[in-house]
Each structure stands twice: as C-alpha cells, then as structure tokens.
Design a binder for this molecule. Sequence first.
Ligand SMILES: Nc1ncnc2c1ncn2[C@@H]1O[C@H](COP(=O)(O)OP(=O)(O)OP(=O)(O)O)[C@@H](O)[C@H]1O
Ligand SMILES: [Mg+2]
Length: 257
Amino acid sequence: MSVLAVKHLSKSFGGVVAVGELGFEVACGHVTSLIGPNGAGKTSVFNCITGFYRPEAGEIVFGGENIAGKPPYQITGRGICRTFQNIRLFNALTVVENVAAGQHTRTGCGLLRCLFRTRRLQREERDVRERSFHWLEFVGLADYWDHQARQLPYGDQRRLEIARALASEPTLLLLDEPAAGLNYNERERLLALIQSILQLGVTVVMIEHDMGLVMRISDHIVVLDYGRKIAEGPPDVVRNDQLVIDAYLGGYPDAVS
Ligand SMILES: Nc1ncnc2c1ncn2[C@@H]1O[C@H](COP(=O)(O)OP(=O)(O)OP(=O)(O)O)[C@@H](O)[C@H]1O
Ligand SMILES: [Mg+2]
C-alpha cells in the first residue's frame, strides 16, 4: 500500500528542469531513497512535496488528496515533516525549545488565550514540554535539553532536527542527506535511529549520497538524473543498473556496493 504517490511532477527554474515528469510511489512503513548526482533534483522533489516549491505540473497524492501547491503548514498538519540538507535549527534556543517548536502545528494557542494564559494553555504548555522530552529521549539527547542548539556537536544537531520533525507526529518523514558530515559512529547511530522510527510506524523517504547507508536501509530506491527518473527498484536491482552506474557513479560499479 502506498502512502504517497508522485505523478508527472515538474518544476523548472528558468531553463533548468529541476524535476521533469517525475513519478514514483512510497510504500507504507518502508524506506524509499532518492539518489542521484548533485543537482539531480532530489531536494527540489522534497520542496515540492512539502509545499516549499509550487510545482508547475503533476500531482502529489497523500491521504487520498492531491496536496501539490498547498502551503507548508497545511502539509505538515496533514502528517508530512522533513529535515533539511543544511541543518536549520534555532541556534540560540535550547535543545528542548527546538523540539517544542516542532509541535506548533499540534497546539491551538490563539492570541486571546496566550494573552490571558488560560488554564488550558498552561496544560498545553506542560504537554508540549513532556512530549519534547519524550522525543529527546527517543533520539538520545535528553541529557542536553538545556544546552543551546549551537553548542551541540554536528551529529547531535542532525538528531535534534529529526526529533523536532518527529514532534509534529508525522506519518511520513522526509530526511534530506541525514548522514552528510557524520563520522562512522554517528552514522551507525543514525541507522539505528531510522530503524526505531520505522518501528513507530512512520514511513521514511531519504535523500542520501552515502551509498553504503542507502543500500543497507532502503527497501526501494528511485534514481534521478537531470530531474528525471532513470531507474528504480530494490537495492540489488539499482546497484547493477548500467544507467545508474554510468550517470551517478561515473562508470564505477564498486561505488554502489
Ligand atoms: N530555488 C531555486 N532557484 C533556482 N534554481 C534552483 C532552485 N532550486 C533548485 N534549483 C536548481 O534545480 C536543480 C536541482 O537542484 P536540487 O537542489 O533539487 O538538486 P539535488 O539533487 O538536491 O542536489 P544536491 O545533491 O547537490 O543537494 C539544480 O540545477 C539547481 O540549481
Ligand atoms: Mg539536495
């Protein structure tokens, strides 16, 4: 069963086709990876799915509805959340405050209630804090709850971004190069974290250049080149696809093993 279906999706910038007539489906509860060379259009696909870019054509079907062109807050509210290729944390806020910020789509604080700090608001604040600690424990950062986000080592910042995304309780989580810049141990922790996210029943779509990680964790891989899909399938099929080896790997099949 698919949780997301992208159909004939297109997005251009001037003469550059970032995404061209792209179609793929994301199976519920699985890991789908988007791979391809730099500039292939991977992040643009995420930007279209999450409403950061308005596609020129195509459909993005999620929850039985075409969400293409809807604003980001509505898409998050429907259960899709993402992390960014370049970490985007609130650097001056604490770790727990960053996770709390991820829950704004789930709380209903109107202006009047905020001004008068009603009992309901106080209860909501307490719930947000408890849930924030829950997600910090989930990613292994609870001990650092009062540190400023900018003080965390790089690998922990990446996990904090994931905690913030999970705090909006998505059914579909999009990770844009989650392993970029991680050392070996951090990468292994990331792999375990993605596996525990799957156990929650959250479906994962991942953009990643780290082929070792992609081949180990993906159920399905979609390969892009110049905005178009050149191959898709399980890791074993993609690894041996000549078009993929030529386009992405410069003709070196060892790079995909
Ligand atoms: N906002 C934008 N304005 C102009 N061009 C853009 C914009 N966003 C993407 N592009 C162009 O679209 C193409 C695809 O970019 P995109 O960032 O989606 O690639 P990518 O596969 O994520 O690459 P990388 O692996 O380097 O992150 C590139 O040619 C890029 O320059
Ligand atoms: Mg990118």
